[in-house]
Design a binder for this molecule. Structure first.
Ligand SMILES: NC(=O)c1ccc[n+]([C@@H]2O[C@H](COP(=O)([O-])OP(=O)(O)OC[C@H]3O[C@@H](n4cnc5c(N)ncnc54)[C@H](OP(=O)(O)O)[C@@H]3O)[C@@H](O)[C@H]2O)c1
Length: 386
């Protein structure tokens, strides 16, 4: 029977890759709902092409365009935050959670609370509410499938019970576009240079995070609740070719890894078809042609975001929310040319240094800490930007 799917963040990089796979296997999938923020035209086009039952824009101002573009198509249109939550709550066999940023938390949590199979790309949900999310999943009988290529690799490699004999989980990092740059050159990097990732085509925010290596820091934080491991059993290895996506070391000395060409459609396909496999039109890995795979330790001096993320993981959930919110403000300011690349980590550290509140008891607390940190980061921004 066709798997009925909902895509939150349908117009983004992960969303479009998901729908590319879905459109190639029309007999295996049907689309319940597609959600975006304000790209009404892009969403309408995707909804028509996939025969979605419902299309929703979070931004009410984008709703009139969506309604107009979908007139006569048979696709229902809706707009606003409540409509997004209603779409996330719709009956579906799988929900792809691929909104960017903390905005993804509420709809992702809604799908989890409904006990859905949730393919989780929105890493901010796990970073800011990892323990709340895994507890909600357990209570509702939801299952989380990691979409992020590194976590998906680990997910594929871990034993069925997730734990036995696991000594260490290793996430690989490409090193980003500035892997070989000096700190001085990085300090003057432009947004265009930062988003030009050597191996992956992704949204702007995550591309900048890949350049600072904050993305890898966030991924270590993400891995902790996902795999139930502490900071001491999670490590990072720089691997510029992005072919080995993740490794697990076992107590008998074995190391198992997942390999593939760097194309998000592989981990997305793994989630879409789970627990089976489906065809993905990705370039096949040719190790003989590649000839060499190289690895190196990350440089914490040039990439201070790694140290900050590790400290936040060890300090607990509230510190992780502060880290994430301050980083979102800093990255947005950098993309806007209001903050230098080298100052991104400084702004995050300045926010963490102001002290971390008590652990959040629920999603409302998560949003409160997030909002307070954004206000603080915006206050501190002009001083660092000067
Ligand atoms: N791209 C990758 O290869 C990759 C890999 C691993 C993990 N991830 C993670 O996956 C998530 C998505 O990344 P991406 O690169 O696909 O991002 P992206 O290209 O920037 O797309 C973001 C999507 O979220 C939607 N959106 C933004 N704010 C929203 C809101 N308030 N309500 C509803 N929808 C909203 C956007 O809609 P509009 O188009 O209307 O703005 C768009 O569809 C991120 O958490 C990222 O860290 C991405």
């Amino acid at each position: 029977m066709a798997r009925r799917i909902t895509v939150l963040g349908a117009t983004g990089s992960v969303g479009r890759n998901t729908l590319d796979l879905v459109r190639r296997a029309p007999e295996d999938f049907s689309v319940a709902a597609l959600v975006a923020n304000r790209d009404a035209e892009g969403l309408a086009e995707l909804a028509r092409a996939t025969g979605a039952a419902l299309a929703v824009v979070a931004d009410p101002a984008a709703y009139p365009v969506l309604r107009e573009r979908l007139a006569g198509s048979g696709v229902e249109a809706a707009g606003g935050r409540e409509a997004v939550l209603a779409a996330a709550a719709l009956e579906a066999d799988l929900v792809m959670a691929a909104v960017v940023g903390i905005a993804g938390l509420a709809p992702t949590m809604e799908a989890v609370r409904r006990g859905r199979l949730v393919a989780l790309a929105n890493k901010e949900s796990l970073v800011c509410a990892g323990s709340l999310m895994t507890a909600a999943a357990q209570a509702a009988g939801a299952r989380l499938l990691p979409v992020d290529s590194e976590h998906n690799a680990i997910f594929q490699v871990l034993p069925p019970d997730g734990r036995s004999g696991v000594e260490e989980v290793v996430l690989t990092a490409s090193g980003g576009p500035f892997r070989t740059w000096s700190a001085a050159a990085m300090a003057a990097a432009t947004p265009e240079q930062a988003v030009a990732h050597p191996n992956w085509r992704m949204g702007a925010k995550i591309s900048v995070d890949s350049a600072t290596l904050m993305n890898k820091g966030l991924e270590v934080i993400e891995a902790a609740p996902l795999f139930g491991l502490g900071s001491d059993r999670l490590s990072i290895l720089v691997h510029p070719q992005s072919v080995v996506h993740g490794l697990v070391r076992f107590s008998d000395g074995s190391v198992l890894a997942q390999l593939g060409t760097p194309d998000m459609r592989t981990p997305i396909a793994n989630c879409l078809a789970w627990p089976h496999r489906m065809q993905a039109p990705v370039e096949r890995l040719d190790l003989a042609r590649l000839a060499q795979l190289t690895f190196e330790a990350p440089d914490p001096q040039r990439f201070p975001a790694l140290r900050l993320a590790r400290a936040a993981l060890e300090a607990g959930q509230a510190a992780q929310i502060v880290l994430n919110a301050a980083n979102e403000v800093a990255v947005a300011a950098f993309l806007d040319r209001r903050l230098g690349f080298g100052r991104i980590a400084e702004l995050v550290e300045a926010c963490l240094d102001r002290g971390v509140p008590a652990a959040p008891a629920d999603v409302a607390d998560v949003f409160a800490i997030d909002a307070a940190t954004r206000a603080l980061a915006s206050d501190l921004l002009p001083r660092l930007a000067a």
